[in-house]
Ligand binder design. Structure first.
Ligand SMILES: C[S@@+](CC[C@H](N)C(=O)[O-])C[C@H]1O[C@@H](n2cnc3c(N)ncnc32)[C@H](O)[C@@H]1O
Length: 473
C-alpha cells in the first residue's frame, strides 16, 4: 500500500480550488458536500459551477496568489492548464499545504477516491492513481450491490447505540444483537422506508432485553414481483431479498432462470397450477405465508410480473397485515410493459396512443366480462392479460361493438424470454394467425395502432437470432 486511506473531517475548514472549469467544479462540489468553506481562484466560474454558485460556503476570487494558500487544509489545482497548475502547486508546497493536481499523480500528496455515498456510510475506492477508471467501474458495481437505503440503516443504528449500551452487559452481547438486527426484519423495515415500524420493533427488542429475556427471532414476508421472465428485469431489491430468503413460494409464471437466483439452500414450495394438477387455493397460500413467517422464517413469495397487477398480491398480504406479520412489497415489471418493450411496440406514442388500458379477459361462459365503453375509446392501447384462450371471441367482440376490423393487434407469447414470439395482424385476422402459430403462453394481447410500429422497432428478435448464431459458431 502506497497511501493511507483516511476520512478527513473538512467541516468548517478552508479548502482552495484553483480553476473554474469542470474538473474544478467537481472538486468544489465534493468539498462542499463534506462541509468545507471553499475558495475558488480563477478569472471566471464556468457553467458547471452553476448548481453550487449560491452555496454560502463557496467563495470566488481572482486568479490565485501566494497568500491565498495560507491556512488552507487542502488545495486542488484543476485549471486544465499545466503551467498554471504547476505554479499553483508550487505555491501550495511553499505554504506547506497538502495538494492535489488533477491528472498529475506525481504532483499529488493525496489522490481522490471513487466514492459511494450512502452517508453516513461511505465507501471510498482508491487505485493509488494507477487507474481511476477501474475505481469508477468498481464503484458502479457496488452501487448495484449496496442498496440506497444503507445510509438510513447506518444512521438508524448510530442513533440507537446508546440505548443498546444501557440494555446490554457486554460488548459481545451488543455485537450479537447488531449482527442479528442487521440481518433481520428490523433492517429490512428501514431499507423499505418503514422507519416508524422499525423504531417500534427496536424498542420492543430492547424492552425484552431489559427484562432479562432473549430477543425474539421474528419472521417476515417479501412479496416480490419477478417481471415477465428475463432475469435482467429483476430489481436490485428483488434480487437482494431472493438471496436472503429461507423459503420461497413460487408459481408457474416465474421462470426457471429466476428461481435459480434464489438462495440455493432455500426451501422451494411450488404453489402454482400445472397441467393435470390443481393450484394451491389462494387462502391456503395466504395461510402458509403467515405460518412460515411465524416460525421465524424469511419467506419469499415471488410472482410473475408485478404482484399488484392481476397478481392477487393484495389478497395475500391482507392476512399478513391482520396477523401482524412484517412484510414488504417489491414491484416488478408487469407483462404489458415488459412484453411491449421487447416486442418493439410502445404502449403510448405521440402519433398513436395517449392512454393505455390494462384489462383481463377472464370471462364467464366464453363471454368477455369487461367495460367495453372504456376498451373501445379512441387513441389508446389496450393490453389484455390472460386472453389467449378467448382470443377468437375477444377479437369478434371488438368488431361486433364497432371497432374498425383493420385495427392493428398483436399477441406476444413468452415475452422477454429467449423463446419470445410475436404474432401481428388486425383484430379481424389475429385469432387465426395466432392459432396457426400454436402459441403456448403465457401471452399478452396488444390492440391499437401502436402495433404497426413493431416491424420498424423490433430490436429483440434480431438480438436473439444473433445470440443463437454466436452460440452455434
Ligand atoms: C395472473 S396474470 C399475472 C400478471 C402479472 N402479475 C404481471 O404483472 O404481469 C398472468 C398473465 O400475465 C401475462 N403474462 C405474464 N408473463 C408473460 C410473458 N412472459 N409473456 C406474455 N404474457 C405474460 C399473461 O397474460 C398471463 O396469462
Amino acid at each position: 500500500m502506497q497511501a493511507l486511506p483516511i476520512f478527513l473531517k473538512l467541516k468548517g475548514k478552508r479548502v482552495v480550488v484553483v480553476g473554474g472549469g469542470t474538473p474544478a467544479a467537481r472538486k468544489a462540489e465534493m468539498a462542499l458536500r463534506s462541509g468545507a468553506i471553499v475558495d475558488v481562484y480563477c478569472r471566471e466560474l464556468g457553467e458547471d459551477f452553476r448548481s453550487i454558485a449560491d452555496n454560502p460556503n463557496l467563495r470566488h476570487a481572482r486568479p490565485v496568489e501566494a497568500a491565498d494558500m495560507d491556512g488552507a487544509t487542502l488545495v486542488w489545482c484543476a485549471t486544465e492548464d499545466d503551467t498554471v497548475d504547476r505554479r499553483a502547486h508550487a505555491l501550495a508546497k511553499a505554504a506547506g499545504v497538502t495538494v492535489n493536481v488533477a491528472d498529475r499523480p506525481e504532483l499529488c500528496d493525496f489522490t481522490m477516491a471513487s466514492i459511494l455515498d450512502r452517508s453516513p456510510l461511505v465507501v471510498a475506492i482508491g487505485t493509488e492513481g494507477a487507474s481511476p477508471i477501474l475505481g469508477r467501474m468498481l464503484k458502479a458495481r457496488l452501487e448495484t450491490e449496496i442498496p440506497a437505503g444503507y445510509g438510513r440503516l447506518a444512521a438508524f443504528v448510530g442513533e440507537r447505540r446508546e440505548a443498546l449500551e444501557h440494555a446490554t452487559k457486554s460488548s459481545a452481547e451488543r455485537r450479537r444483537f447488531w449482527e442479528r438486527l442487521l440481518e433481520g426484519p428490523i433492517a429490512e423495515m428501514v431499507l423499505a422506508g418503514q422507519d416508524g415500524a422499525a423504531a417500534s420493533a427496536f424498542d420492543a427488542e430492547i424492552a425484552t432485553l431489559d427484562m432479562g429475556g432473549k430477543a425474539t427471532h421474528q419472521g417476515e414476508v417479501y412479496l416480490v414481483g419477478a417481471g415477465p421472465g428475463d432475469p435482467d428485469l429483476l430489481t436490485f431489491r428483488a434480487l437482494r431479498l431472493m438471496q436472503r430468503a429461507d423459503v420461497v413460494l413460487y408459481d408457474r409464471l416465474v421462470s426457471d432462470e429466476i428461481i435459480n437466483l434464489v438462495r440455493r439452500d432455500a426451501e422451494r414450495i411450488f404453489v402454482g397450477k400445472q397441467r393435470n394438477n390443481h393450484a394451491v387455493p389462494q387462502d391456503e397460500i395466504s395461510q402458509m405465508l403467515v405460518d412460515l413467517a411465524k416460525q421465524g422464517k424469511r419467506v419469499l413469495r415471488i410472482k410473475g410480473g408485478d404482484p399488484f397487477i392481476f397478481g392477487r398480491g393484495g389478497e395475500e398480504i391482507e392476512l399478513l397485515a391482520e396477523n401482524n406479520v412484517p412484510f414488504q412489497v417489491v414491484p416488478g415489471v408487469t407483462a404489458a410493459s415488459g412484453c411491449s418493450a421487447y416486442a418493439g411496440i410502445p404502449l403510448t406514442h405521440r402519433d398513436h396512443a395517449q392512454a393505455c388500458l390494462f384489462v383481463t379477459a377472464h370471462g364467464k361462459d366464453g363471454q368477455i366480462d369487461t367495460d367495453w365503453e372504456a376498451v373501445l375509446r379512441p387513441n389508446q392501447t389496450v393490453a389484455i392479460y390472460m386472453g389467449l384462450a378467448l382470443l377468437d371471441s375477444l377479437m369478434k367482440a371488438f368488431i361486433a361493438r364497432g371497432a374498425d376490423p383493420h385495427t392493428p393487434a398483436a399477441v406476444v407469447d413468452n415475452g422477454t424470454r429467449a423463446n419470445q414470439r410475436v404474432v401481428t395482424g388486425t383484430i379481424a385476422t389475429l385469432a387465426e394467425k395466432a392459432s396457426a402459430a400454436a402459441l403456448r403462453g403465457p401471452t399478452i394481447i396488444i390492440v391499437g395502432s401502436v402495433v404497426s410500429l413493431h416491424d420498424k422497432l423490433d430490436w429483440f428478435t434480431g438480438r436473439k437470432a444473433a445470440s443463437v448464431a454466436q452460440k452455434s459458431e
